[in-house]
Design a protein around this ligand. Structure first.
Ligand code: PLP
Length: 378
């Protein structure tokens, strides 16, 4: 059994995908070919945004967003500590300072911890609070109502990191539609992935879109050989756009399948484990289905028992970012963000993709139940 089975999806889209790739080989516009514009139009429509600009990765999407907002040295950017490294890495990469925020019990950024972090930075006075990067962790949208209230009060930009959240909804509105700029990743393991690296930036603001367009290709002005600012080479390959276009055709059906599988997991497991909670106002795209063990030792035991039965599991994330070596200089200590530190000791994720069979789901849930049954969790 695979943690994410991309082969079954390939079998399904093979004919359409092969056709689309063949078209790219034939027109040979490998850089910024017609598939790029086509994909950008479809992505913008899907997320209800005025502009969608594809780029080379989710990390580049975040960097482009911060560059467009002119965030750099002396600026504080508030990020959850419980996320993938790139969320905070891009902040430091541009010379700004990530300020880490603790999690709530949905694994997402806790707005009370956010408020406190902003007030602490204000009181210290060394950094200028500029932006918040909420993450739609594991596919669940962050609490944008609360975050927007805080952002408004302190005049901060919101940059949505929807790298794991593409396709999810909050109050009926799609992710990649929150904040002034949103960022998506099409890394192969994300809910909508390509066959390599890829990403996209979303905004409704014409000026920001124009800036991002320029930064994406060496700070271009009227053309590629007129350079008006320092930028990057952050384009998405035409071939990758063709892959995303093929996958977008079946994406709604895949979302339904992910939700059905998550519902089945929850139904079977809720008596034995704390299961992910999805509030009425939200829908998840289930990038991950994560459970909490009672202790680090118990987690290790559960994961070993599943491994013995051929069931892979993963730990997202074993080290919260404020305790990562790369951020050592920021001076965080163990115990400073207790909720997410606790998650990293107890959390583990089980196989989640739209093509899990009934048999596989049964095998996984039975193995999880028997792993804890003797110990009677809850
Ligand atoms: C994957 C991911 C990214 C980075 O995306 P890449 O396409 O791998 O560069 C950023 N933030 C989060 C939360 C992610 O999960």
């Amino acid at each position: 059994m695979e943690f994410i089975n991309l082969h079954r999806q390939y079998e399904r889209i093979k004919d359409d995908l092969d056709q689309r790739l063949k078209q790219v080989y034939e027109h040979k516009n490998f850089i910024m070919g017609p598939e790029i514009k086509d994909l950008e139009t479809k992505l913008a429509a899907y997320c209800g945004r005025k502009h969608a600009l594809t780029c080379a990765s989710g990390t580049d999407a975040l960097i482009l967003a911060l560059m467009a907002l002119k965030i750099g040295k002396g600026d504080a950017v508030f990020v959850p500590s419980f996320t993938f490294f790139a969320t905070a890495e891009c902040v430091s990469f541009l010379g700004a300072t990530p300020v880490f925020v603790d999690s709530d019990d949905s694994f997402n950024l806790d707005h009370r911890s956010l408020l406190k972090a902003i007030q602490d930075v204000q009181n210290e006075g060394a950094l200028k609070p500029r932006a918040i990067i909420p993450v739609d962790l594991f596919g669940l949208p962050a609490d944008y109502d609360e975050i927007e209230k805080i952002a408004q009060k302190y005049q901060l930009h919101i940059i949505e990191d929807a790298a794991q959240g593409f396709g999810a909804e909050y109050h009926g509105k799609k992710t990649c539609g929150f904040g002034v700029i949103s960022c998506a990743s099409f890394f192969p393991a994300k809910p909508l992935g390509c066959y390599g690296d890829g990403g996209a930036v979303f905004t409704d603001d014409d000026d920001l879109a124009e800036l991002i367009y320029s930064f994406r290709v060496h700070g271009q002005g009227k053309d590629r050989y007129d350079n008006v600012r320092i930028g990057l080479n952050a384009r998405m390959d035409t071939l990758q756009a063709a892959v995303v276009l093929a996958k977008l055709e079946i994406f709604e059906d895949e979302l339904c399948r992910r939700n059905a599988i998550a519902a089945k997991y929850t139904e079977c497991l809720e008596k034995y484990y704390p299961v992910p909670f999805v509030p009425k106002s939200k829908s998840s795209c289930w990038a991950q289905y994560s459970l909490l063990a009672e202790s680090e030792e118990q987690r290790e035991e559960i994961m070993m028992k599943l491994k013995d039965k051929g069931i892979p599991t993963m730990i997202y994330y074993p080290i919260p970012l404020h305790l990562q070596t790369a951020f050592r200089d920021l001076g965080y200590e163990k115990g400073s963000l207790p909720v997410c530190e606790n998650f990293s000791k107890h959390i583990f994720s089980i196989p989640m993709h739209p093509y899990l069979s009934e048999d596989e789901i049964h095998k996984i849930t039975q193995a999880l139940i028997s792993a804890v049954n003797q110990e009677k969790i809850k």
